[in-house]
Design a protein around this ligand. Structure first.
Ligand SMILES: [Zn+2]
Length: 313
């Protein structure tokens, strides 16, 4: 597999990377997304990131031999929100609202002057993990991105499972508390409203606790009672949502990615207890909760895997 450009468009930053066939990142660029500027502003930033990458690439003697807009061939792009895989259209994007019903494949393809493939960002992370990460030896797994929001990707029998409309793997919107807080999706009590870092920080402030998630986790590990309750609650909700998933897809590996990955140790116990009591006929001992291999770079690496045509679009 030749080198490709992968782009990870988030609500805050756009990251673009030139990635070699072995998955190593040759060069990368990170720019603010400029969501407030609207559709054209976000597009301009994406173009800027790719141009920055390509001008950097030209300085490399080995790569300057190839030229033209298709120098790096197809470009893969991971986007936040529901991406229709057949049409290449972003149907709904809470973090980039100007992109609701945005024909990403067509517009970004024209903008960048090459063929682009688009995919949900958590699905890209799942592709990266399946290719070279924690899922590389697994036929099937569920990936959960726990961060400011909660997303997910389902890898089943060697393929990304997108669903009929591209909504496959929206783990964050499994309801864990029917009367819970409103979620950005319009429902109430979704996993995202309880187990995201945003939710943990909200509950921490409500309890009068200071610091970021890392600080809170440190105090929980030192035996802090109030801090421990925060992670216990988040871990239980995670377990309830995972049990629902496991009752349907029965995978034995769950890969946890995102900003909350470093606190997985605090979530795992309560999550396992809920899985054990809720997943019908499942030996919870057979279920592995694995940390993701790729941190911030998962989106770029997965987008490159997508660009290379795997799994076939
Ligand atoms: Zn929701």
């Amino acid at each position: 597999m030749a080198e490709h450009i992968g782009i990870d468009v988030g609500g805050t930053f756009i990251k673009a990377g030139l990635v070699a066939g072995d998955g190593s990142i040759i060069d990368s660029v990170k720019l603010p997304t400029d969501v407030q500027g609207g559709v054209e502003a976000v597009e301009a930033r994406i173009l800027e990131a790719v141009e920055g990458l390509e001008s950097g690439t030209l300085e490399s003697a080995a790569l300057s031999l190839s030229k033209g807009p298709s120098r790096t061939g197809t470009i893969g792009i991971g986007l936040p929100g529901i991406v229709d895989p057949r049409e290449g259209v972003v149907r709904l994007s809470p973090n980039i609202p100007c992109w609701n019903d945005y024909p990403a494949r067509e517009r970004l393809g024209r903008l960048l002057g090459t063929v682009v493939r688009v995919e949900n960002d958590a699905n890209c992370a799942a592709l990266a993990e399946a290719w070279l990460g924690a899922g590389r030896d697994l036929e099937s797994f569920l990936l959960v991105t726990l961060g400011t929001g909660v997303g997910g990707g389902v890898f089943l029998s060697g393929r990304l499972w997108r669903g009929d409309g591209g909504r496959g793997g929206e783990v964050g919107h499994v309801v864990v508390d029917p009367d819970g807080l409103p979620c950005g999706c319009g429902a109430r009590g979704c996993l995202e409203t309880v187990s995201s870092s945003t939710a943990i920080l909200r509950e921490a402030r409500r309890a009068g606790l200071k610091g970021n998630v890392e600080d809170l986790a440190g105090r929980a590990r030192d035996g802090g009672h109030d801090e421990s309750i925060l992670f216990e609650r988040a871990g239980r909700a995670l377990g309830i949502a995972l049990a629902a998933w496991l009752n349907i897809i029965d995978v034995h590996a769950i890969i946890v990615a995102g900003g909350m990955q470093p606190v997985l140790d605090l979530l795992e116990g309560p999550a396992r207890a809920e899985i054990a009591s809720r997943a019908y006929g499942l030996d919870v001992g057979a279920v592995r909760l694995l940390g993701a291999t790729f941190g911030e770079d998962a989106g770029i690496v997965g987008a490159v895997r997508l660009a290379a045509g795997f799994p076939s679009p």
